[in-house]
Design a protein around this ligand. Structure first.
Ligand code: FCB
Length: 458
């Protein structure tokens, strides 16, 4: 399975999950720092602020990637590390400047995400406040000023579904609220922030700019109209409510109607949708799993938290997940690589293709209860290799069927702080032990060989 020349082979991480160093060089608290203090918010009560000390070990981490033969690296910048309100924090900026230089020196292309959930705690109302979108654009301009000459690809947001519905309605992510009205406000302000940040990037002459959305494809359990309709509503608020306005300049009418009960009349100002739908140069997509649903007994929207740990569906309180006979990861997510092939083809056909926008898989990977380090120093994570192989085959098949896919960034380089799950869920191709030593797993060697070859051997 050979991939096109120039294909990006890399891994992804995010600032809060790996950096640590939460209180040095002028870094200020983020909403995730605060969330880590909320009793019961994090499984096992672990303190995510420690990350895995990437802030001090970034040189070693870059050398690891270079040694594997990877040609790109997606990381995110911690907004409260680089900005103090509307002023730049030079010490924080310097860290990312050093990281970018280190990557370039190692022949690795930096791919920068501006927002991977660690919002400055000082912003009143977080994303429920329209002003946050404007502050996001200011931060974007300041960061691009400093790094724009060396970073080719800029992603505005990572997974706005998580920073709106999961955070403000599901209560699972910071700030841990369970209010559907807030979630809808956050959703719109995040999209507006994306559009305003895009303007700042264009003004600064950014080479390539886009957004990363997470897609959770959903299949109906039967052709019963009730199952088909609940599937439509889950798909609406999980997937289409983000991608549709970006490419078409309007919210999908059915989703707008489904969310009407929680949609403030003055939420969308004139011109917002034009800002949100300005052309992008690349669409990043994160894919982990496909799910099947059927219509069941409705719960009330304020009960969404108890419904399914990761999936508050305020417009589909009657959704019930149906288990399929498939292997599962440690997250309990079903493994079905073909879901990624179908997703890539759908995005290419409906949105990206007609707009001439290429796709990049900006996250895909799996958590497994890894075997211990063997006497030979190797972690034999064969199930992770199987997952990656199956999903790379899906990407390869989608390309063969016409989708314009330019890269694959595996989640994740390192075992790290997996948000509300704590450190227990391990996605890394490199293990991190209690002393913070990096121990490449069998999957790292396997993936490095794929990257060097530009393809997967059968
Ligand atoms: C995605 C996040 C990433 C990581 C993976 C497992 O939703 O973007 O930070 O948590 O899931």
């Amino acid at each position: 399975m050979q991939f096109p020349p120039g294909f990006l082979w890399g891994t992804a991480t995010s600032a809060f999950q790996v950096e640590g160093a939460h209180d040095i060089d002028g870094r200020q608290p983020s909403i995730w720092d605060e969330f880590c203090d909320v009793p019961g918010a994090i499984e096992g009560g672990e303190d995510g602020r420690q990350g895995v000390d990437h802030y001090h070990r970034y040189r070693e981490d870059v050398a690891l990637m270079a040694g594997l033969g990877l040609n790109s690296y997606r990381f995110s910048v911690s907004w409260p590390r680089v900005m103090h309100g509307d002023r730049v924090n030079p010490a924080g900026m310097d860290f990312y400047s050093r990281l970018v230089d280190e990557l370039l020196g190692a022949g690795i292309e930096p791919w920068l995400t501006l927002y991977h959930w660690d919002l400055p705690a000082s912003l009143p109302g977080g994303w429920t406040n329209r002003d946050t979108a404007y502050r996001f654009a200011d931060y974007t301009a300041a960061l691009h000023d400093r790094l724009g000459d060396r970073v080719p690809t800029w992603t505005t947001l990572n997974e706005p579904w998580c920073s709106s519905f999961l955070s403000y309605a599901g209560g699972e992510h910071a700030p841990g609220h369970t209010d559907p009205v807030e979630a809808v406000r956050a959703m719109h302000h995040l999209l507006l922030g994306h559009g305003l940040a895009l303007q700042a990037l264009r003004a600064g002459g950014a080479e390539r700019a886009g957004i990363t959305l997470n897609f959770s494809p959903v299949l109906p359990a039967s052709d019963d109209p009730a199952d088909v309709d609940v599937t439509r509503r889950v798909d609406g608020t999980s997937n289409r409510v983000f991608v549709h306005p970006i490419f078409t300049g309007e919210y999908p009418p059915d989703v707008r109607a489904d969310l009407d009960r929680w949609w403030d009349a003055d939420l969308v100002a004139e011109g917002d949708l034009a800002t949100i739908s300005a052309p992008i140069d690349v669409l990043g997509l994160n894919y982990y799993a496909t799910a099947m649903v059927r219509a069941g007994e409705p719960v009330e929207p304020w009960q969404v938290r108890g419904r399914d740990r990761w999936t508050p569906h305020i417009a589909a309180p009657d959704a019930e997940y149906v288990s399929r006979d498939l292997p599962r990861t440690a997250m309990d997510w079903e493994v079905e690589g073909d879901g990624l092939r179908r997703l890539l083809l759908w995005l290419h056909r409906e949105y990206a293709g007609p707009a001439g926008v290429p796709l990049v898989v900006t996250e895909n990977g799996a958590a497994y209860p890894d075997a211990e380090v063997g006497p030979d120093g190797v972690v034999r994570d064969l199930d992770r290799i199987g997952y990656l192989r199956e999903h790379l085959a899906a990407v390869h098949a989608a390309i063969a069927e016409g989708a314009d896919v330019r890269g694959y960034l595996e989640w994740s380089l390192l075992d790290n702080f997996e948000w509300a799950w704590g450190y227990d869920k391990k996605f890394g191709i490199v293990a991190v032990d209690a002393a913070l030593n990096r121990i490449p797993k069998a999957s790292a060697a396997w993936y490095g060989a794929v990257a060097r070859r530009g393809g997967v051997e059968h």
